[in-house]
Design a protein around this ligand. Structure first.
Ligand SMILES: [Ca+2]
Ligand SMILES: [Ca+2]
Length: 412
């Protein structure tokens, strides 16, 4: 920083424009620092995100660091806030391909959270839009097809961006990795998450969405293996904000690339400041996030509500991350039955990814009960209405829909 001081001094004397050098703009962190045992996060060689002071974020492909500096940073030096590597992020480990046991029954999360307290009063999330930013959604699934948010200004499959929002055929959602309006889920994870939030209620033997009246904005940034680029996740978040969602469900993340996700952090900070509640999985590494990092939880942003996973027997799931000062709440996340990628397919899955949409769905119920509540107020209401416990999370307790209903719709 000596250079900066010298620079500042000179600029006073000679009135010269003196800014950071191109090198100063690049945020570098070691790939997988020594204190990070899990390594989902991987920097991508030759790909960088440039963040401008305007808030715009651009991705560039370069041959070398010199190429990056000479051809991309120096020509726009005064407009660029920072530059960092592209990072691969995605579905937390353990969830891919492993089917959970069915021992607790299809409806155990609702028995635990007493979701019926809301449904019996006609509270079902109607009027609330929730973005599921994930691996896509099986929009043909019989329990989901009526829960998908449609873009009325767009005509599907005509190859034209009818509403002029820069995305072609974004009728049922958008796939930012494939740059396509085909939102189909090649993994299954996103469909499972969407079902937990908004699966239509059909039968006791089938899953029931926490907020079956809510509309799902289906956005994909991942490949079939459940991994994607931070850049595409950022685009999806910005797009969700433009489409007017109140809640974003993020059942994904990264750990290990300490500060190489700054552009993601700043994007989440922007949309939460504009009124979106960002519900995030804490991750599946059985780590204390007071000590270790897992993003987005470890960004420490006020508008992020982070979630640990609860077992049917009322314990913190063995895989779940936690943190008495860093993770907000615990919710059902083991042996969760929900919709899946195949035709009329269902699966049991376990993970903080499954606990997160329980909270996102409950948030939709809250926002229906009290329209216009700020994200922070909704978050606080959820945390103050927990069923008290001794879990290693900030609120110490588990999600209770019943307590939320009593808070907002007290019985006479
Ligand atoms: Ca469009
Ligand atoms: Ca179109």
């Amino acid at each position: 920083m000596e250079v900066k001081k010298y620079c500042l001094m000179l600029s006073f004397i000679f009135l010269v424009a003196c800014n950071d050098s191109a090198e100063d703009k690049i945020i570098d962190s070691p790939n997988n620092p020594a204190n990070q045992p899990d390594l989902l996060c991987k920097k991508v060689e030759g790909q960088y995100l440039i963040r401008y002071y305007s808030g715009e974020i651009k991705k560039v492909y370069v041959d070398s660091r010199e190429d990056l500096i000479e051809n991309y940073i120096e020509p726009e030096l005064n407009e660029i806030e920072y530059v960092h590597s592209e990072v691969r992020i995605g579905i937390p480990k353990i969830e891919n391909g492993i089917q959970a046991q069915a021992y607790a029954g299809v409806q155990w999360p609702h028995e635990r959270m007493h979701t019926d307290a809301a449904w019996s009063k006609g509270i079902d999330g109607s009027g609330i839009r929730v973005a599921v930013i994930d691996s896509g959604v099986n929009v043909q699934h019989p329990q989901l097809k009526d829960a998908i948010l449609i873009n009325d200004g767009e005509i599907p499959n005509n190859g034209i961006d009818d509403d002029g929002n820069d995305y072609v055929d974004d009728y049922l959602g958008y796939d930012f990795a494939a740059e396509s309006g085909d939102i189909n889920d090649l993994n299954g994870h996103g469909t499972h998450v969407a079902g937990t939030i908004a699966a239509q209620h059909q039968h006791e033997s089938l899953p029931k969405g926490v907020a079956p009246g809510a509309k799902i904005l289906a956005l994909n940034f991942m490949d079939a293996n459940g991994m994607g680029d931070t850049y595409h996740a950022i685009q999806a978040i910005k797009y969700a904000a433009k489409r007017g969602v109140q809640i974003i469900n993020a059942s994904w993340g990264s750990s290990g690339c300490t500060d190489a996700t700054v552009a993601l952090r700043d994007t989440i900070a922007e949309v939460t400041a504009k009124g979106i509640l960002f519900v995030a999985a804490s991750g599946n590494n059985n780590l204390d996030l007071d000590i270790y990092d897992s993003y987005p939880t470890s960004f420490g942003l006020q508008g992020v509500l982070s979630v640990s996973a609860l077992t049917p027997s009322g314990l913190t799931a063995s895989f779940s991350n936690y943190g008495p000062n860093s993770v907000d709440i615990i919710a059902p996340g083991q042996s969760i039955y929900s919709t899946y990628a195949g035709e009329e397919e269902y699966r049991y899955l376990s993970g903080t990814s499954m606990a997160t949409p329980m909270v996102a769905g409950a948030a939709a119920l809250v926002l229906q009960m009290q329209n216009g509540l700020s994200p922070l107020a909704a978050k606080n209401a959820i945390l103050e209405s927990i069923e008290p416990g001794y879990f290693p999370v900030i609120s110490r307790g588990e999600l209770s829909v019943q307590n939320l209903v009593e808070r907002f719709l007290p019985s006479e």
